[in-house]
Each structure stands twice: as structure tokens, then as C-alpha cells.
Design a protein around this ligand. Structure first.
Ligand code: BGC
Ligand code: ZN
Length: 389
């Protein structure tokens, strides 16, 4: 047996250890590259949340993404205080098993998705907008200082759970990445209220991965003409999905962003989701007057580029343009994500499900999750099916 699988959290000599029910989880030792392993950890209890407000959720499916890869590469992520491991997984979907006596929002059998970030201390955290924290330290389940969802059960406060209607349960696991896109677009619209009237017509999305695809969907649902720029030649699954939305796919090797802008822009909204930071400066030059550029890529490197600084600055000043960064999402954006999933299912039936290209069954097959994630073209969303209904 792999010695890693013998790892248990209840400490030897702990009198409660023998009686503490445990469960499986996929975890890493933060700071140690390629340390992903199957662990046994204590099963959470309803009473872990005080005042009868606990909700016990059985995890059904959890998606993985580049962030999980970076955490396993030890580029990112910290263990919760007192633990030497971090349970991975922040794209959750589960079913409520039981609820505490003071929970009115959920009942057993409800399908739910849990939000990722937990409040710190800033004023933004205090009003439920923890995605806007100004604290240096942030808490994110499955990412930083809080255990994640690649496990059998979690217990949460209702504040951090979002109900997924029965008819949308097959798209629930995509809600967390959708929430990222919802926040970015909502930020853009919120900022553009400065214009009194903003009627965006043309949008560009840079990057055709999960976030780029979901951004293209959300912008099409809002009636925009959408051009997506990616670095893979069409046709392939992602370009097919983009074209199925009535959006346009351009390969940047054939049509660079600025050439695409001459043909189909300039763009009132540019959503950057390529993970390639030099594109930010081309994105700035692709904006129409009064346009807004939304940056959503988490880029951990230290890449340098030369840019036409005077030109970019002049266009921004003379064109009243905006660039905004966006990270994470609070429950408001998970809720608007549910509404967009519903509209998407009505307008583009089955489209969302096509994003889930690979499913790995059982936490014990966690290695397949990571090898699939790095397979390249043909892979969009990889999901671990943890349990059946
Ligand atoms: C997650 C976000 C998180 C961000 C930064 C992303 O992969 O989806 O919820 O805020 O990483 O840690
Ligand atoms: Zn993520």
C-alpha cells in the first residue's frame, strides 16, 4: 500500500483518534512540489458550525483547473494553521445530507455549490464582498489556508452555499468558474454606469479555455457580437463551441489581436482570460472609445515586455478608457451564474455540458485528474465524480 494513503490527521495518542470517523481527501503538502496524495482526514460534523447553522454536504463532483496544478507544483497555496496538508478542490457540487436546527435555507436533498473565499477583516469582508478584500492574507477553500472540496463531506454555513435548481444539477460543477466570469462582467457594467448610457455592441475575449469560453457565453447571452482570440488553429472543440454560440473564433497565429480588432472591433469590452500577460497591452489597444478591459488571468511569473507606452496612454486618455482587474467571486455572482446557466440551457441546450470533456471517477484516481489536466488540446474541464446521488 502506498504509505501516503495511511496518512491520518488524528494524531497518535489523541484519545479521540480511534472513534473519530474519517474520510478520503485529495491533498498536497504546500511548498512541496508534486506532493498530491490521498489522505484520510476527520469527517466534519454539523456542530462544526455554531448555533445550529451547519449544513452537511456530500460532495458529488469537483472540477480542477490550473490553480490546482500550480498548488501541486508548490507555486501557490498554504495549509490551514495547525495542519501540514491542504485538501485541494475549489469547484464544488454536492447534495445536502442534513442541516442544523437553525437552518431554514436548505433541506436534505438540495443541490448546492460552495463559494471559495472566506471573509477576512477588511470593511469589504464585513459586508459579504470578501472577493474585494484589501487584507494581505486571504482565505480560499482548496487554495489558501482553508481545506477544499476534493473530499467526501463538508460542513458549511448557509452563507457560503448556493442552491442549484434540480433542473440545472448537470451544470452545477461549472458554477464556480462561471462565477468568475459573472463577476468580471458585472464589474465592467458597474464601472460603465459612469457613462449614463452604455450600449456595448462588440466584445473580444482573449483566451479560449474554460474561462474564455464561459465569458463568450455570458457575453452572447447579453446580446454582444463576440470575437474570441485563441492560439490553437480552428477547427477544434473550443472553436466549435464558440461558433455554436454565434461567436467568432480567431487564431492569433493567423490573425493577431490588433489585426482582428481592425476587422471586427474596436471592442467596447475586452475580457482577458489567456493567462498570457503580454496580451494585456494589446487588449488595451483593442478597446473602443469609452471601452473597458477586464483582466482575469492569475499570472505568477515575472515576464517583461516592451509596449508602445505613449500610444497606449494617449488612446486611454483621449478615449476615456478603463482597465480593471478581477479575482474570485462572492455569492451574488454564483447566483447570477445560476441564472445564466438557466438561460444558456434554454438558448444553447447542452452547450455547457460539452465543456466537461473528462470525468475521473473516485477520489482514489486523483492521479488521472492531474495527468488529464495537462494533456493539452481536447481538454476543457476535468471533473472528479466523487459519489453518486
Ligand atoms: C479560483 C478563484 C480564486 C483564484 C485565486 C482561481 O482558480 O477560481 O476562486 O480566487 O484562483 O486564488
Ligand atoms: Zn479556479
Amino acid at each position: 500500500m502506498n504509505p501516503e494513503t495511511l496518512e491520518t490527521t488524528p494524531r497518535a495518542g489523541d484519545p479521540g483518534a480511534a472513534s473519530t470517523p474519517t474520510m478520503q481527501a485529495v491533498a498536497v503538502h504546500p511548498g512541496k512540489p508534486q506532493s498530491v496524495h490521498l489522505a484520510r482526514i476527520p469527517r466534519p460534523r454539523l456542530s462544526d458550525v455554531h448555533g445550529g447553522r451547519g449544513v452537511l454536504v456530500k460532495m458529488l463532483s469537483v472540477g480542477v483547473d490550473g490553480t490546482d496544478k500550480e498548488i501541486d507544483a508548490a507555486e501557490y497555496g498554504m495549509a490551514p494553521p495547525g495542519d501540514d496538508y491542504l485538501v485541494l478542490g475549489h469547484e464544488s457540487f454536492g447534495r445536502v445530507e442534513s442541516v442544523g436546527s437553525a437552518v431554514t435555507e436548505f433541506a436534505p436533498g438540495d443541490h448546492v455549490v460552495a463559494t471559495v473565499r472566506r471573509p477576512g477583516t477588511s470593511v469589504y469582508d464585513q459586508i459579504g464582498t470578501y472577493d474585494m478584500t484589501t487584507d494581505d492574507t486571504y482565505f480560499e477553500r482548496g487554495i489558501n489556508l482553508r481545506h477544499g472540496y476534493l473530499t467526501e463531506y463538508i460542513v458549511e454555513d448557509p452563507e457560503y452555499l448556493v442552491k442549484v435548481p434540480h433542473g440545472l444539477r448537470h451544470t452545477g460543477v461549472l458554477l464556480e468558474p462561471t462565477s468568475i466570469v459573472e463577476k468580471g462582467i458585472a464589474q465592467a457594467f458597474e464601472i460603465q454606469r459612469r457613462l449614463r448610457v452604455w450600449r456595448p455592441r462588440r466584445a473580444a475575449v482573449t483566451g479560449a479555455g474554460t474561462i474564455g469560453l464561459l465569458a463568450a457565453l455570458a457575453l452572447r447571452l447579453r446580446g454582444l457580437d463576440v470575437t474570441v482570440f485563441g492560439r490553437t488553429p480552428r477547427p477544434y472543440l473550443n472553436s466549435d463551441l464558440i461558433e455554436a454560440l454565434g461567436a467568432r473564433y480567431l487564431n492569433t497565429a493567423e490573425v493577431p489581436l490588433l489585426e482582428g480588432t481592425r476587422r471586427h472591433g474596436p471592442f467596447d469590452l475586452v475580457f482577458e482570460a489567456s493567462g498570457f500577460s503580454p496580451l494585456v497591452f494589446e487588449g488595451m489597444q483593442a478597446l473602443a472609445k469609452n471601452g473597458v478591459l477586464v483582466l482575469s488571468s492569475v499570472t505568477g511569473g515575472d515576464r517583461m515586455v516592451e509596449v508602445p507606452a505613449d500610444r497606449i496612454n494617449l488612446q486611454f486618455v483621449l478615449g476615456n478608457k478603463v482597465v480593471v482587474g478581477t479575482v474570485n467571486a462572492n455569492r451574488e455572482y454564483f447566483e447570477s451564474g445560476v441564472r445564466d446557466h438557466a438561460q444558456a440551457e434554454a438558448q444553447f441546450p447542452g452547450w455547457l455540458s460539452r465543456l466537461v470533456t473528462h470525468r475521473v471517477s473516485g477520489l482514489e484516481n486523483f492521479r488521472d485528474l492531474f495527468t488529464t489536466l495537462t494533456m493539452g488540446t481536447g481538454v476543457i474541464k476535468v471533473v472528479c465524480d466523487i459519489a453518486k446521488e
